[in-house]
Design a protein around this ligand. Sequence first.
Ligand SMILES: *Cc1c(COP(=O)(O)O)cnc(C)c1O
Length: 466
Amino acid sequence: MKYISTRGGVAPQSFEEVVLAGLASDGGLYVPETLPRFSEAEIAEWGGLSYTDLAFKVMSPFVAGAVPESELKRIIALSYQGFRHRAVAPLVQTGANDWVLELFHGPTLAFKDFALQFLGHLLDYLLDKRGEKAVIMGATSGDTGSAAIEGCRRCKNIDIFILHPHQRVSEVQRRQMTTVDGGNIHNIALKGNFDDCQNLVKASFADQSFLPEDRRLVAVNSINWARIMAQIVYYFWSALSLGGPLRPVSFAVPTGNFGDIFAGYLAHRMGLPVDQLIIGTNANDILHRCLSANDHSRRELIHSFSPSMDIMVSSNFERLLFDLYDRDGSAIARLMDDFRTDGTLSLNPEALDRARSLFASHRVDDAGTLAAIRAEYEASEYLMDPHTAIGVVAGRACRRRPDVPMIALSTAHPAKFPEAVRKAGYPEDPPLPHHMADLFERTERYEVMDNGLAEVNAYMAAHLSA
Ligand SMILES: *Cc1c(COP(=O)(O)O)cnc(C)c1O
């Protein structure tokens, strides 16, 4: 299978090149040239499969030719063996026809483990095959950093450097990054904010001369195609558990960069009957404004109780726009150009109508988030994290058919966000799962550094494995 850029400016690329490159050289995002399409009968046959066997069925068409089947099976098995639930992604019933898909049973208690466990093992395999080593560099405001570190900790071909803003991530989040053992793992606490971290990462990608000739930087942020691909699986998985594909289901997804819900859109395009895809946003509501009022304009960042959704622009939305505009790369390039210069873009009426036929959206502010956590706990003693709460509220607000099962994606374990959960009225810090109960006793390792490119790059160059 080949991959093309949403801006139409590069020749079709192989899976391997796309995973190692991240962003396309024309500034666009990679998407498959054609999507695999499964019939209802084919999907129905997957009903009894284990999560990992299903993952193989769903993902193998995308990697055809790049990774042999036996290797793909091995990579998938390694990726999900560390999940602490036999179902990997269990469904919990919270109402007559309402369900929560718990995506937080991975090593860092957030849904990002689904993609980053897989990506770590995949990269290790691809690098091995090429006889190369690579350096992962990323900035994090919380969940991505720890999931990336856990995903790469055992990868012998990868050194990983994660920058977080010093004293501006929660203690649980920091400890999840800084207590992981491994000579190839390096945490940098930068004296600055998240933007400063991101700017240093961008500048390092633009000029990699600080690295030896035989190393390159690899991006593991949510625009990496392999991350999207791995997320498609749990949409099939949960629908199959609730009677799909013979009856449709709907999904409600707490959304930031649009990577998670875009995977749901792909599942639908691949043949899974989906009635609605519902976007839940916090006060950073660019996607809700776009769908409800055709106002896709950049606004100031607002810090919320759902920090993993605090974004100004949803980078993966470009992938949906590409389809809404009939895969016209030059139209998308123009649109994104306008957006860069004006800070805003509006969709043409046909594109907007098309989006609205499948997607709906709802905005939930901090007060609404806390109220939802409290109400759900009082009604059924089910404790949700603040991101999950936003998805649940959005699903209820936008649902058009009560007879269609509503699956709200739970993207994080409540113990990751004790402050919000307590503010919602829960009497104590929600307990961490057993395997993490000693998180606060583990030794931390990180380097506090000034916000300077040369200094950070020199540190990296000095700490590469042989
Ligand atoms: C990353 C994240 C999200 C947002 O997912 P996107 O793919 O960026 O839309 C939601 N909830 C949690 C807990 C996350 O870590």
